[in-house]
Design a protein around this ligand. Sequence first.
Ligand SMILES: O=C1O[C@H](COP(=O)(O)O)[C@@H](O)[C@H](O)[C@H]1O
Length: 255
Amino acid sequence: MVAAAPVVCSFPSSKELSDALADFVVKAQKEAIEKKGRFTIALSGGSLPKQLSALAHKTGVKWNKWHVFYADERAVPLDDPDSNHLLCTNEFYSKVPIPKEHIHTIDTSLLDDMEELSDAYEKELIQEFANRNTARFPMFDLILLGTGPDGHTASLFPGHELLTEEDRWVAPIEDSPKPPPKRITLTLPVLNHAVRVAFVAAGEGKADIIKTILDKPEEGLPASRVRPVAPGQLYWFLDDGAASKLEYPKTPFKL
Ligand SMILES: O=C1O[C@H](COP(=O)(O)O)[C@@H](O)[C@H](O)[C@H]1O
């Protein structure tokens, strides 16, 4: 299947990165709402939620049309410090009026059974996406991802068997090399069927891995395998530190 080349933008500061990202998200939600009357977005944990805070100051955001899922979530209670939901609540939801019932959390009554936890979250997605499009996989309007220093993204880790998953929308992982070990994650086919996927990474500490992901995709790191099928498009929002070792061409940011 054909995938367009990634569009890579780099910004001099974290503030400029966050601001551009916010404009990008607003545009994505506007296009989605004009087409379908709703905006489906998947969020990551890690450093991503903090980068979304600039959205709180943007005009034209139709928060009541947002339907938010997680690219991955840790199998912990929602108030556990390891929870991606808690992180998003503290850094993002607490600043914007997304209706609570539009934020799709894991069912924490199922934490003891990872298969059930994962299947229940997949059903949550099916309710949102079934009959809304005819594709084999859900088509998120936007998926926002981060990447760790090992090139993992969501909870897809280098060399892990989950990288070959072809059917499931959501899968459990019980041996994550990064704690906590038990998580659920959207699978690569779901990431690769989104209308837009944007990676966000900042800081010189990410420079080496960003170079490997983008300049040496043949190494097959999980983040390099995210290549949405056309007409889907992949974007990278970096600061100059994270982009400092990159040979891959950068594109000036424009909406
Ligand atoms: O464990 C995780 O790590 C990745 C990357 O985190 P970052 O702090 O390096 O941005 C994150 O995207 C993912 O959601 C999270 O569960």
